[in-house]
Design a protein around this ligand. Structure first.
Ligand code: XIL
Length: 365
């Protein structure tokens, strides 16, 4: 359903309001959560922390152990994406087995909280199990393994996963298909992309099937390459329904000014779009440095502008943050010298970016 739209730019008042400190306990609209502030038909999401980089850190699984963390996930968001729990490395301990335990918990929680789920991810060059990457399989066997995985995983969550990131990061920084790094493209050829979309569609005809990548916020060579890929897939009748832009942003790289125009050109092809992994990392001096006031205000501005671009684009119906809290963020361990990229701090307290998102949602609703 298309969302209602009114505002086309962030007003000065909205930003000023956003930067005011929150007044906890004060009655009225200041108490609204993000999900309650969103216009009808628009989803505001978060990834669900667990696995991946957190395995190397010193705390138990956030989603199943950190009650305050999980409570806010339910209150603030109406869409969830498992950060790692639906990746091959997590679901497939061996060729013959599946472990759905933690993925199931997320999907069940989402149903209780009336949230949508974005499934992530089916065809990727990272976080694949060693038995797969290092196994000695024939082309036919690999095809069979992939077909069985997609059919089993998408089929298991039929009707409960709204959108799937089917192809993840299929194109590299030189705007070419990852025909070496990605085991599936390398061993089975680029035609496998169409197959996987078709298999996923057969397993759940209602699920919206996406391509997802980073550095495609702007109109640029890489997003041009996606435009070509999407056109080809559509011309072949492949059930591709959406393009999601990760949006791992940083002021150091500048704001991607042509985001709305870019989303629109995919919308014009009939695709749905989404911002799927938004965060805004800043330079920090190490653990415990939550960023200066100036950094956090610039960060709030980036978050609000990205959200506004999505709200403005008719095709863009969800905005998902990649970790709503700095407590569990993947940024410090992935980008040395960077951190504090989330909308809540280590103590789960809202940062200026939280208020900026809420005001942007409210002023467009
Ligand atoms: C990241 C997770 O956040 C980490 O926990 C993990 O160690 C590595 O992957 N693009 C994607 C996501 O599509 O799956 C990645 O998530 C971040 C970049």
């Amino acid at each position: 359903m298309p969302k209602r739209r009114q505002a086309t730019s962030i007003t000065a008042t909205a930003l000023a309001l956003a930067l005011l400190p929150l007044a906890p306990g004060a009655a009225g609209e200041a108490d609204l959560t993000l999900r309650d502030s969103a216009p009808q038909g628009f989803h505001i999401g978060s990834s669900v922390a667990g696995g991946g980089h957190l395995d190397a850190e010193d705390h138990p699984d956030p989603f199943t152990h950190d009650k305050a963390y999980t409570a806010l996930l339910g209150q603030e968001f109406d869409s969830l994406t498992p950060e790692n729990r639906m990746k091959w490395s997590e679901l497939r301990p061996s060729e013959d087995t599946y472990d759905f335990s933690l993925a199931d918990r997320i999907v069940e929680f989402a149903a209780r909280k009336d949230q949508e789920v974005r499934g992530h991810a089916l065809l990727w060059h990272q976080q694949n199990p060693d038995w797969l990457e290092e196994g000695d399989y024939s082309e036919q066997e690999l095809r069979q393994i992939l077909h069985e995985h997609v059919t089993t995983v998408v089929g298991r969550y039929k009707g409960r996963i709204h959108q799937w990131d089917v192809g993840n990061e299929l194109i590299d920084d030189d705007s070419r298909l990852r025909t070496e790094e990605n085991i599936w493209l390398r061993e089975l050829g680029p035609e496998v992309i169409s197959d996987v979309f078709r298999w996923a569609h057969a397993a759940d005809p209602e699920a919206e099937l996406f391509l997802n990548d980073y550095s495609i916020e702007d109109v640029n060579d890489k997003s041009d390459a996606y435009l070509d890929l999407v056109r080809e897939l559509l011309a072949d009748g492949v059930p591709v329904h959406g393009l999601s832009v990760q949006a791992h942003l940083t002021p150091a790289a500048g704001y991607p000014e042509s985001m709305e125009e870019n989303l629109d050109r995919f919308g014009d092809l009939g695709l749905r779009t989404a911002l799927s992994e938004v965060d805004v990392r800043v330079e920090t001096s190490g653990e415990g440095d939550g960023g200066t006031e100036e950094q956090l205000s610039e960060q709030a501005d980036f978050y609000a502008r990205a959200l506004q671009a999505c709200l403005n684009a008719d095709s863009c119906t969800s905005f998902t943050v990649w970790g709503y809290t700095d407590r569990y963020s993947w940024i410090p361990s992935t980008f040395p010298g960077k951190g504090a990229g989330a909308i809540m701090d280590d103590d789960l307290k809202p940062k200026p970016a939280y208020g900026a998102l809420r005001e942007t949602l409210r002023s467009s609703g």
